[in-house]
Design a protein. Structure first.
Lengths: 115, 111
């Protein structure tokens, strides 16, 4: 099983709303990732959690707040977003060890629209 | 720094045609190389991988060979199907967990 589950699939929010995206995996992976993907562009890395600790923050604005409650779950809390934050948000996970075969498995994404 | 360059799309082919999507990379050391595919409205799926020079990754009729001398990882398929229509991303991973993606190549296959 190589499934990464993301909820919700679609989200529409206003600029004053607070919402959260959820990601779950049960592959025993210890690294989890958030990516943002705009239309016709490749995914852009936002955050990496390794062994439940934030290891990479790609200078993401503070209106995006990641959380890793345990090794299977990853959340992305959203607050005071802007219309330009509308995108597909992808979660991924990997074994998290420095292995050449360390493969990232992606979820189906949450399509976010900010009005 | 590390980078990946892919050919511009869209690539438009008739069913059963031969497919090549070019990918070249710049990296220090010996990166691992990947091809991911994204079908409309979906996330990314790993298509194939290669972790050292001269490795050939293959899956679902697609192949790519890790060529260190030409720093390339071109994707090929001998006979494409309509169901192969998607966006294909070449990616590399160096010494960290960070994946570096190319810009993606859209493939359109017509019956």
């Amino acid at each position: 099983d190589t499934e990464v589950t993301q909820t919700p699939k679609h989200l529409v929010m206003g600029m004053t709303n607070k919402k959260s995206l959820k990601c779950e995996q049960h592959m025993g992976h210890r690294a989890m990732y958030w990516y943002k993907q705009k239309a016709k562009k490749p995914p852009e890395l936002m955050f990496v959690y390794s062994y439940e600790k934030l290891s990479i923050n790609e200078s993401v604005p503070s209106r995006f707040s990641p959380e890793c409650p345990n090794s299977s779950l990853l959340n992305l809390h959203l607050h005071a977003l802007q219309p330009e934050d509308s995108a597909l948000y992808l979660c991924a996970s990997s074994q998290g060890r420095a292995l050449r075969e360390n493969i990232q498995y992606f979820g189906a994404g949450t399509r976010l629209s900010v009005l | 720094g590390n980078s990946v360059t892919q050919m511009e799309g869209p690539v438009t082919l008739s069913e059963e045609a031969f497919l090549t999507i070019n990918c070249t990379y710049t990296a220090t050391g010996y990166p691992s190389l990947f091809w991911y595919v994204q079908y409309p409205g979906e996330g990314l799926q790993l298509l194939l991988k290669a972790t050292k020079a001269d490795d050939k990754g293959s899956n679902k009729g697609f192949e790519a060979t890790y060529r260190k001398e030409t720093t390339s990882f071109h994707l090929e398929k001998g006979s494409v199907q309509v169901s192969d229509s998607a966006v294909y991303f070449c990616a590399l991973r160096g010494g960290t967990d960070k994946l570096i993606f190319g810009t993606g190549t859209r493939l359109q296959v017509f019956p």
